[in-house]
Design a protein around this ligand. Structure first.
Ligand SMILES: [Fe+2]
Length: 297
């Protein structure tokens, strides 16, 4: 089986490339590691490629990159995908630091790149912006979250961490409680993406930064139920919802099957489960504001 291990990068198209570069540098705190005409490659200060921006007619998340176990060869992964009805292409040197990737289109229409060989990019660290550890997860609205979840589990090796009712799935591919979310909705679109920060002081400073930049915090800080992360959400200039989070639950041992215990857990042990859609789930914090609830432009 293909075993996804980590969310590597998200590939965003944007109508205003310079505005988005400014946002990712000066609010998120990524650094431009390379530029290739109308494509820009942004990395964390450690050199982890996290975001690719490409100029296009309008904003959308066009692709996701996942690091996979090197256990299966690219040819074997290609055969595995084809057996499930998903043709794929092997690409060479498509992105800096990633010499080879296998690309296919997932059942909801997103291009997915799988890679196992990669290197940190040489970067000049920036001191502006939040400066995250990593791109942590990405959430999608889709018409059939169960079908997409089944594909990610059966074909890409994800595990189900939690569901809220039958409309909001949380899937992990490493120790983090979720790397992808699938939320039922009328049209296929990205819901939000999230950067992991270090600790409460880092999140506090990031919220101060959003205030200085006049970017409204549309929800949070709040401690969620599923995943138990403390999260603060804002919208970037492309009206994409962006989450900064800390304290996400971790399943350190898949064989044991429970999340590493934390004082705020409601279950002891905290295991994957279906959360009731009819009960308050967040541990603390106010409900989302109108600019979180509304649809993207
Ligand atoms: Fe999230």
């Amino acid at each position: 089986m293909i075993k996804a291990k980590r969310l590597g990068y998200a590939y965003f198209e944007t109508a205003d490339l310079e505005q988005q570069i400014d946002y990712f540098q000066n609010v998120v705190g990524l650094t431009v590691a390379a530029r290739d005409g109308n494509r820009v490659f942004l990395a964390t200060n450690t050199g982890l490629l996290s975001v690719v921006l490409q100029k296009a007619a309008e904003q959308r998340c066009a692709r996701l990159g996942f690091e996979v176990s090197p256990e299966l060869s690219f040819e074997d992964m290609k055969k595995r995908l084809l057996a499930d009805g998903f043709p794929s292409d092997i690409r060479s040197d498509a992105l800096p630091g990633t010499p080879k990737s296998l690309t296919f289109t997932d059942p909801k229409g997103t291009q997915v790149d799988l890679f196992s060989e990669w290197s940190f990019l040489p970067v000049t660290p920036v001191t502006s912006g939040a400066g995250p550890n990593k791109l942590g997860h990405l959430a999608w609205v889709c018409q059939d979250p169960k079908a997409i979840s089944d594909f990610y589990v059966n074909v890409l090796g994800f595990r189900v961490s939690d569901w809220i009712g039958d409309y909001f799935g949380f899937l992990r591919c490493g120790v983090d409680h979720h790397t992808v979310n699938f939320i039922r909705g009328p049209q296929e679109r990205m819901h939000h993406f999230a950067f992991e920060l270090r600790d409460p002081t880092h999140l506090h400073n990031a919220c101060d930064l959003l205030g200085r930049k006049k970017l409204e915090i549309v929800w949070g800080p709040v401690r969620h139920g599923p995943g138990h992360n403390v999260a603060a959400y804002h919208r970037n200039p492309d009206d994409q919802m962006v989450e900064f989070f800390i304290d996400l639950d971790k399943m350190l041992d898949e064989e044991l099957g429970y999340f590493d215990p934390r004082p705020w857990h409601g279950d002891r042990p905290q295991k994957p489960k279906v959360w009731s859609p009819n009960e308050p789930r967040d541990k603390w914090g106010l409900p989302p504001g109108p600019n979180w609830v509304r649809q993207n432009k």
